[in-house]
Design a binder for this molecule. Structure first.
Ligand SMILES: *Cc1c(COP(=O)(O)O)cnc(C)c1O
Length: 234
């Protein structure tokens, strides 16, 4: 089933790109495998997936050694500073940087490990109180400050749009994130690149692609529903 789901998502992405005049290669599909057992990830891997997204440090660290080493792991969930040391050097991108203090911790650990870490700034575009993320109005200034830290590179922006029945409701937020990335790019800040726009999930990824997403994070649409009482949930 995973393979069929995956192919359906890929076809949808392709036709969406065609429709909007974008190249298919501009959009990376991240398979969000949180709560799912290794066998499911293996199946997705065999069907060609190389980008996996996880939102919990412990679960991520448990899965990495059980799967092939050419996988690019994306940390997409809220990250606590005391867990940074465990994932630096193991993930290809951290999508959820939302404070200077977190960025400083990542930088410190990167320097210590003599490595470099690519990150995205998580923006709370809709201003939802329940969500993590930087306010739109504070993002550029935070980018300028984080850009000065060693061992850490800002590659773009990420957002988690509101949960909604109609994906069209989120178009305005995706459009806003794109505009913000254009505005920040224009500032030409050293060590700040705005090439990645991580937005769109199962319910709204086509709208996100239409508005410029370069990374879509799809979980349910590939792996099926998540059951939070399952034993793999830490
Ligand atoms: C779980 C999750 C997703 C995937 O959600 P689906 O609706 O299952 O596609 C995407 N992004 C983040 C940050 C998530 O936590």
């Amino acid at each position: 089933m995973i393979k069929e789901n995956l192919n359906a998502v890929k076809r949808t992405i392709e036709s969406c790109c065609k429709r909007t005049g974008r190249r298919h290669s501009e959009v990376t599909l991240i398979a969000v495998s949180k709560t799912k057992p290794i066998a499911d990830l293996q199946e997705a891997y065999e069907a060609g997936v190389r980008d996996f997204g996880e939102n919990k440090v412990q679960e991520l660290l448990g899965k990495i050694p059980q799967l092939p080493s050419d996988i690019r792991w994306h940390m997409i969930g809220h990250l606590q500073r005391n867990k940074v040391k465990y994932i630096v050097g193991h993930v290809s991108m951290i999508h959820s940087v939302d404070s200077l203090r977190l960025a400083e911790e990542i930088s410190r650990e990167a320097v210590k490990q003599k490595t470099e870490v690519d990150i995205l700034l998580e923006v709370n575009v809709a201003g939802e109180e329940s969500k993590y993320g930087i306010a739109v109005s504070e993002t550029a200034e935070l980018a300028e400050r984080i850009a000065l830290l060693p061992g850490i590179h800002i590659k773009g922006l990420m957002t988690i749009a509101p949960f909604t029945a109609d994906p069209e409701d989120n178009r305005i937020f995706f459009c806003k994130l794109k505009q913000l990335s254009v505005d920040i790019q224009k500032k030409n800040i050293d060590n700040v690149n705005m090439s990645v726009l991580s937005m769109g999930m199962t319910g709204d990824y086509t709208v996100a692609i239409e508005e410029g997403a370069t990374c879509v994070r799809v979980g349910t649409g590939i792996f099926g529903e998540r059951y939070y009482d399952s034993p793999v949930e830490p």
